[in-house]
Every structure is written in structure tokens, then in C-alpha cells.
Design a protein around this ligand. Structure first.
Ligand code: ZN
Length: 313
């Protein structure tokens, strides 16, 4: 007798790419598609492109999905699933959950992409076996998802886990949130780029130009540029301090770090980060904290969204 597969539709929405996939309850990715996020100011053009991609993916397989899970950049209203992604200007107060649920006649949940990464890594990646963990995304911004006692934390408004706004340098560089010295303002891709601009304005010697990205800073650091090395070293310090603080508050056993900066520059970010965690996490219960790199790469978003959808069944 053939086993009936429980399948969900997983959707990962980013400022440059959108992905959708069919995922089984056992964590098998049956089919997927990745499209470029349309550069349009029309909310319906974006939604139409996403819907068509989802229909193509669903059409490739006999098993029909039972629910939809979405990981999307914030901010958003949770659990309503009304999104205002920083990197997608066309979607302002866009009712993504309702639109998907109506289009496919399925239950749907929409959550923050960093929370999706945390559940994905615990399910299929570097967080397996951890009941108390922080999944962290170091990318254009710095985000996080907290799993305590085996449960993903949501908080009053669904925003639990915003570890990028732990303040680690009093009077440090400005952050997009309006404060100064947040981890995100120092270590995110946008933070690193802004810090290059500030260093150039101070006349610091470097081969970096005013349009340097975090990837350019990594190449320069490996080539011996002292400013670029300092930027990554202090970024690692900042993330490490944030982790030490979070570990003390949350009593964590593991921290899993993903996101594009962690993927492309772990050789630069990882050593100062780990040294700072060891230096700052001094309580008995934080001394055995493990800090590891994420394993799922750009598939974390889909597996996380699938796990969020499976929780609806
Ligand atoms: Zn901030």
C-alpha cells in the first residue's frame, strides 16, 4: 500500500529572490523554484509572480499541499501576516497571509525569516537536537529566532528574537532602528557599508571605495587592508557580545549563525566572534555554549517555512 505523504507549500520571500517549494513532513524537498523578486511598485505584480511560481511547483507533483508556510523579511504584523518588508517597497501593509490563503484555499502562516531560519536549522541543520537555541541571521540586517524548551518564541507582537538590536557599543554607529551601537549597525551588511563611508569621511587609508559592499570588505580584508580587517574584527566582537548577553538571558545550549555575511566571510567573522563569546560568557551555565555556523545555506528559508506550515496541521 502506498503511503500518503503529508506535503506543505513553503515560501521564502527576500528583497532580491523569492523561492517556493513542496516539502514533506519528513523534510524532503519534492520540488522548488526560485525567481527574481520583480522590480515593480505594484503590489499585485509581485504577488502575481509569486502565485504563478507556486502553481508551477504544485503542478509538478501529485501530492497536494495541506498548508502554506511563509518566511518573510520584517517588519510585519503577526499572526495577521500583514507585511511591510524593508527590502520590498511595493508591499506596504500587504495582507500576504490572507491573499495566499484565499488564492490556494489553504491555511497559511506568515512569520519572520530569521525565526524561520531558527526552526529550519533545528529541524534539518546545525541545530538538530538542541531544545534551547538561538538561530541568528547576519545578512543585510541582523535577526534571530529563539527556541526555548523546544518551542519557537513569538512574544507579544511576534517579534521575539530581534537580537540585532542588542546594544554592544555605547555611542557606537547609528542603527536603522534609530539607536546607536546595536549589533546590526556594526555587523550587518548595511552596517559594514555605512562604516566604510564613515571611515572614508575620517580620511582612513584603505583600498575600499564609497560603494563598497560587505563582500568587497571581505576581499579587501583577506588582501591585507587594515581598515577592512578592523571592520570584520569589530563586527565579530559585536556579534559575540550580543550572543553572550542573549545566552545569559535565555540559558542557551547552542547558537546557530547563518545569513549571507556568515556564509561569505566566516573566516573573518568567526574567530573574533568565538573569542568574544568565550571572554564575555562567564556564568557557569553559559560556559558550555556552542556557537556553530548554519548548515542549510539558502535552503534554510524553505525548510523553515515548511516547518511553520507543518505546525498548522
Ligand atoms: Zn538597532
Amino acid at each position: 500500500m502506498q503511503r500518503v505523504e503529508r506535503v506543505v507549500l513553503a515560501i521564502d520571500i527576500g528583497g532580491t529572490k523569492m523561492a517556493c517549494g513542496l516539502v514533506t513532513a519528513d523534510g524532503e524537498l519534492l520540488a522548488s523554484e526560485r525567481i527574481t523578486t520583480p522590480r515593480s511598485d505594484d503590489a499585485d505584480v509581485l504577488f502575481g509572480a509569486l502565485e504563478q511560481a507556486c502553481r508551477r511547483v504544485i503542478g509538478t507533483h501529485a501530492a497536494q499541499p495541506l498548508a502554506i508556510g511563509v518566511g518573510c523579511g520584517g517588519p510585519m504584523r503577526y499572526p495577521e501576516g500583514i507585511v511591510n518588508p524593508v527590502n520590498i517597497h511595493a508591499w506596504r501593509e500587504f495582507p500576504l497571509r490572507e491573499r495566499l490563503s484565499t488564492a490556494f484555499e489553504l491555511p497559511c502562516t506568515v512569520d519572520n525569516d530569521a525565526k524561520a531560519l531558527a526552526v529550519a536549522e533545528r529541524w534539518r541543520g546545525a541545530g538538530q537536537g538542541a531544545n534551547n537555541m538561538l538561530g541568528m541571521v547576519v545578512s543585510t540586517g541582523v535577526g534571530g529566532g529563539i527556541i526555548l524548551d523546544g518551542q519557537l518564541l513569538h512574544g507579544e507582537t511576534g517579534n521575539a528574537g530581534h537580537v540585532g538590536h542588542i546594544i554592544v557599543w555605547p555611542d557606537g554607529p547609528p542603527c536603522g532602528c534609530g539607536a546607536r551601537g546595536c549589533v546590526e549597525g556594526i555587523a550587518s551588511g548595511s552596517g559594514l557599508a555605512r562604516r566604510v563611508g564613515a571611515a572614508l569621511a575620517e580620511g582612513r587609508p584603505t583600498i575600499l571605495g564609497p560603494d563598497a559592499t560587505a563582500a568587497d570588505v571581505a576581499v579587501a580584508a583577506r588582501g591585507g587592508d587594515l581598515l577592512a580587517q578592523e571592520l570584520y574584527c569589530t563586527a565579530g566582537d559585536a556579534v559575540g557580545r550580543g550572543i553572550a548577553s542573549a545566552a545569559a538571558v535565555l540559558d542557551l545550549e547552542r547558537v546557530v549563525i547563518g545569513g549571507s555575511i556568515a556564509l561569505l566571510a566566516w573566516d573573518l567573522l568567526g574567530p573574533p566572534l568565538e573569542a568574544e563569546v568565550r571572554a564575555r560568557a562567564r556564568l557557569d551555565f553559559t560556559r558550555n555554549l556552542k556557537v556553530v555556523r548554519a548548515e542549510l545555506g539558502d535552503q534554510a528559508g524553505l525548510f523553515g517555512a515548511a516547518q511553520l506550515a507543518l505546525a498548522l496541521l
